[in-house]
Design a protein around this ligand. Structure first.
Ligand SMILES: [Zn+2]
Length: 461
């Protein structure tokens, strides 16, 4: 349902974590409800009950009307505040990079790394460690506001400061290792292949992302959370039954203790090939009805059956190649103009890193709506698959309302296009109610082919 939180994060986070200080974490108080808690709509509103004059629009509105005004106002405020955070994160990051360049700090970090060693790969690692530490410290005020205080303000976080900080430090270490490996590889390529580095650089970046997505469920996720096999047959039997009915060769469903960090309900598909798996979070298991859980699992199976991980990889592969091409072009120009002032010798000089990050972040900021639209489109496909697989339109509507605790339910079309990486709650409920309306009609047709004027009369001969 909220798969992209992880599905693409796995894919993109590695890349993005290189660009900005990572914010992987957010303590254990299971049972905490978000301040924006939405009602658990076990009862289907009268307008959404099956009837001869069932109307998808009226049923959608009846579901939306069940959300208390104050809960909706808080969740809108949280989500709209997120729009501004995208801008502040970008501007703050850009200012930090410009400071590192203009104050000569990047050149100083390179000089220090050179004093440690002239052996290039180790030199790159030493520079990377200094860069990561310094940018994490300078970026900390924004991260602590965004990921700690703001999340607590809306009741979405469950961690006290100590454990939260612990997760931040773990994230920093992961970033130090994975980012360090990638930095060594990329600088090695730039130094050897002066003309074609951007092609090979994008290939290596994409391959690194695939490796991270492959190993993340097994090696990275357990650093932050406990993942266990779900063994409650009341939950797993219907899910595995649905999987078999759809030809999905899974024998296990996994559960993650997401309540360690957050009150958000979610599920995801992660991994590649043999590590690919469907994971439910404990908030969903605790607060979701059986119908809702089945609807969410149908959606996750949709990601699996429709090969979304592979398609997204292809899409992001193209995005990466384009970004590297733009990087090469803009890097040459920037260095010709300001290289001397920033004491950067050439593109193979590690001191160039803040400039690379700045240029990538400008590109990333501009293409955010396109990335969101790609992800939102596959999410919509998974929604359709999930409705057909689970046949739980009301469970699905309920899940959409629960996800409305941290997502605006009813945005304008342009707002949805720019900012939403999933269809909005309203559009998801409407899709479920439309499915229900059409299936009620199909059932009536099957019961009596002549029941409706203009309906086709099946010819069995
Ligand atoms: Zn999804």
């Amino acid at each position: 349902m909220d798969s992209c939180a992880k599905r693409n994060c796995g894919l993109v986070a590695f890349f993005l974590c290189l660009l900005t200080a990572s914010a992987l974490g957010q303590a254990p108080t299971p049972g905490v409800q978000p301040l924006t808690a939405m009602p658990s709509v076990i009862q289907v509103p009268p307008e959404a009950q099956p009837s001869a004059n069932f109307n998808a629009e009226a049923a959608t509105n009846a579901y939306l009307a069940q959300i208390p005004a104050d809960a909706r106002a808080r969740s809108d405020a949280y989500f709209e505040g997120g729009y501004w955070m995208i801008l502040w994160d970008f501007l703050y990051g850009a200012v930090v990079m410009l400071l590192l360049l203009n104050l000569g700090w990047s050149a100083a970090m390179r000089n220090l790394a050179e004093r440690v060693t002239r052996f290039k790969p180790v030199h790159t690692l030493v520079y990377w460690a200094q860069y990561l530490l310094l940018t994490s410290i300078i970026g900390f005020p924004l991260v602590v506001y965004e990921d700690y205080f703001r999340e607590h303000k809306y009741g979405l976080a469950t961690q006290t400061f100590g454990p939260w900080m612990g997760d931040q430090l773990k994230g920093l270490l992961v970033n130090l290792v994975l980012g360090g490996i990638l930095a060594v590889l990329l600088f090695g390529i730039v130094r050897r292949l002066r003309r074609t580095w951007w092609i090979w650089g994008s290939v290596v970046t994409l391959c690194s992302m695939i490796v991270v997505v492959l190993v993340a469920p097994v090696y990275i996720v357990p650093i932050f959370n406990k993942v266990t096999r779900l063994d409650d047959p009341r939950v797993t039997q219907p899910i595995l039954s649905m999987a078999r009915a759809n030809g999905i060769p899974v024998h296990d469903v996994f559960k993650i203790d997401a309540s360690r960090q957050s009150t958000r309900m979610s599920a995801n598909v992660s991994g590649f090939g043999s590590t690919m798996r469907i994971t439910l979070n404990d908030n969903l298991l605790r607060r979701g009805s059986p119908e809702e859980i089945q609807a969410v699992m149908g959606h996750e199976m949709g990601h699996y059956v429709l090969h979304h991980i592979y398609k997204d990889t292809l899409f992001f592969g193209v995005v990466i190649v384009i970004s590297f091409a733009l990087l090469q072009w803009s890097l040459n120009r920037s260095l010709a103009r300001w290289g001397e002032r920033w004491k950067i010798r050439d593109i193979g000089d590690t001191a160039v890193l803040p400039l690379v990050v700045l240029l990538f972040s400008i590109f990333g900021f501009v293409v955010t709506p396109i990335l969101n639209t790609q992800v939102r489109t596959t999410e919509g496909e998974a929604d359709m698959y999930g409705l057909n697989a689970s046949r739980q339109p009301d469970g699905f509507a309920q899940a959409a309302i629960h996800l409305g605790e941290y997502r605006k339910m009813n945005p304008g079309p342009v707002e949805e296009w720019i900012f939403f990486d999933h269809p909005s709650g309203r559009n998801r409920i409407y899709a479920a109610m439309r499915w229900k309306a059409e299936n009620l009609r199909l059932m009536r047709w099957q019961a009596s082919p002549d029941a409706e004027a203009g309906s086709p009369t099946p010819d069995h001969k």
